[in-house]
Design a protein around this ligand. Structure first.
Ligand code: ADP
Ligand code: MG
Ligand code: ZN
Length: 560
């Protein structure tokens, strides 16, 4: 490749083999080629890379790309080399001799693109090296990493503001697929890009069908979903923990599905091999933690499934955005339940970090919960979150099968007063499972009488079944009327509950859908063992403690 001036379209064709630009690419590239700064918000798969690769080839000098993905730099450089582009990277994985060779190439003008890890770039030594090189541009990929309130913060990104002062004449282009107004504003100011032109692409991915089902038996539901809707398709299944990843992959393999596990507990080589199989072969299902996926470019991922709730809408949108990059129909499927809400709230409460940071994490989670519980169009809600207005889409579960709402004011009042009275009358706080049992008046027969007599709220909610109560608690948790606190996620009432208790506020909730494999097959109301099995670990533990407590009470009061 020579660095003589050529047009972007010529480069697109001769180097990349594409015949036309997509969306805003042409405009963005023209702007950067002529020396302007740009902030680019474009969904995953939108084609952000070309926005800095083409200008790097068109402008004289080397394009310096900052990327947080050390693990993928090699892949990107290899892919470019295969196209005849002179690309290299500098990061902590290189030995000093290789680094020195790359630096010599840079200074001699033999590089079209140089990928750098942010911590490397901000070192004074690197900055001095760049001072002596001819630079085409700086590209800051995954620029949302500079946002402290975002979902992917990297300390090293903060140092990138220095580029503005050190290299005022080199154009900068910041790119991200995260586009909430807050992240957008924060990255613009932190990178000192107030003077840049902003390109905000539509975040709609119309070919993705969003579906969120109530979590009953997540693995059975997943299997049912895969068998009925995506047999033989490639896809990604996200789980929160490594253990859950391993177990889910195992369960899918046992059911004859070509599933691989992927998480940070594997060796680098295992991960590379599995990733390569997923990319190369047809119909592989990757079961993974969120460690998998950033920068993965596989066009025919037909579904992304979540067995656990993502921590934010940004995270959910990015992860689901890995489906259907080829524009053909794809599904984003998620199983979501009460235990997710309890668990994630608890993780935030118990995390280290400042109160302000926790507040921000809570508000991210609340937006995610609101998406799960919405009675309206899911896509509309996602796009609104990214600052985009749109009509109902007709291609999400709530559009296709509008969920029924119901006036849950009275049940919610019962729930709130049960929590308050149990605390007052017993000095005891319970987790969700126990509150449901109290509301439904379900008890261990041996200790029953002692409790029945004592608890004024016993059985006041016998008109709703267990699943309905769990849905009520989940949604009320999502709306912050109650909170789950402490190691065991015991429920307490928040100040927001006041108006509801006083009858000043009506509560409309989503009717439990009852769809999904688990709902029909599960034997409901068949005794304590079934109920306990459906509870999360922490809840089950509390359940046991409650039983022991009841037994003790019964003994003390002389009930046989
Ligand atoms: P992003 O970084 O925005 O997630 P990529 O830059 O990785 O997206 O591009 C996603 C895919 O789209 C890649 O396979 C890329 O080659 C392809 N692509 C991008 N722009 C074009 C284009 N103008 N024509 C054809 N394919 C394109
Ligand atoms: Mg990218
Ligand atoms: Zn919709």
């Amino acid at each position: 490749m020579t660095s003589s001036p050529t047009s972007p379209v010529a480069v697109l064709d001769s180097v990349f083999g594409y015949d036309s630009f997509r969306g805003d690419q042409a405009e963005i590239i023209d702007h950067v080629v002529s020396g302007g700064d740009a902030v680019v918000l474009m969904p995953t798969g939108g084609g952000k890379s070309l926005c800095y690769q083409v200008p790097s080839l068109v402008r004289p000098g080397t394009g310096v790309v900052v990327s947080p993905l050390i693990a993928l730099m090699q892949d990107q450089v290899d892919a470019l080399a295969a196209l005849g582009v002179r690309a290299a990277f500098l990061n902590s994985t290189l030995d000093s001799r290789t680094s020195a060779a790359v630096e010599a190439d840079l200074l001699a003008g033999r590089l079209d693109l140089l990928y750098l890890a942010p911590e490397r770039l901000v070192q004074e030594r690197t900055l001095r090296l760049l001072d002596r090189a001819r630079l085409a541009l700086f590209a800051i990929d995954e620029a949302h990493c500079v946002s402290q309130w975002g979902h992917d913060f990297r300390t090293d990104y903060l140092g990138l503001s220095v580029l503005h002062e050190r290299f005022p004449t080199v154009p900068r282009i910041a790119l991200t697929a995260t586009a909430t107004r807050a992240t957008h504003e924060e990255l613009t100011s932190r990178l000192r890009m107030e003077g840049a032109r902003h390109f905000v692409a539509s975040f709609d991915r119309p070919n993705i069908r969003y579906r969120i089902v109530e979590k009953q038996q997540p693995r059975a539901q997943l299997l049912q979903f895969l068998r009925t809707e995506h047999p033989g398709d490639a896809g990604i299944v996200y789980c929160l923990s490594r253990r859950s990843v391993d177990q889910t992959a195992e369960a899918l393999r046992a059911a004859g599905i070509d599933a691989l596990a992927y998480h940070a507990g594997l060796t680098e080589q295992e991960r590379a091999e599995r990733q390569a199989r997923f990319l190369r072969e047809d119909g592989v299902v990757m079961v993974a933690t969120i460690a998998f996926g950033m920068g993965i470019d596989k066009p025919d991922v037909r579904f992304v499934a979540h067995l656990d709730l993502p921590k934010s809408v940004e995270g959910y949108y990015q992860e689901t955005g890995r489906a259907g990059r080829d524009g053909l129909p794809a599904t984003a499927w998620m199983a979501y339940g009460l235990s997710d809400v309890v668990q994630l709230r608890r993780m935030i409460d118990q995390s280290e970090g400042s109160e302000a940071h926790k507040r921000s994490q809570r508000s991210h989670l609340d937006a995610m919960l609101a998406l799960c519980e919405t009675l309206g169009c899911r896509r509309q809600q996602i796009l609104r979150y990214f600052g985009q207005d749109s009509p109902p889409c007709g291609n999400c579960d709530t559009c296709l099968e509008p969920p029924a709402g119901w006036d849950a004011t009275v049940p919610v009042q019962k729930l709130l007063s049960a929590i308050i009275r149990l605390d007052r009358e017993r000095g005891q706080r319970f987790g969700a499972g126990q509150i449901v049992d109290v509301l439904r008046g379900k008890d261990n027969p041996r200790s029953a009488q002692a409790d029945h007599a004592a608890l004024s709220v016993w059985g006041i909610g016998a008109d709703l079944d267990e699943q309905a109560w769990r849905a009520v608690i989940r949604q009320v948790l999502a709306r912050d009327l109650i909170a789950a606190v402490g190691d065991y996620g015991t429920l307490v009432v928040t100040e927001k509950a006041g108006p509801v208790l006083r009858g000043e506020e009506r509560i409309e909730l989503r009717k439990p859908s009852g769809t999904g494999a688990g709902a029909r097959s599960r034997a409901r109301g068949s005794g304590e063992r079934t109920a306990a099995a459906a509870l999360s670990g922490a809840e089950a533990e509390l359940f046991e403690r409650l039983r022991a407590w009841r037994a003790r009470q019964a003994k003390e009061q002389g009930v046989p």
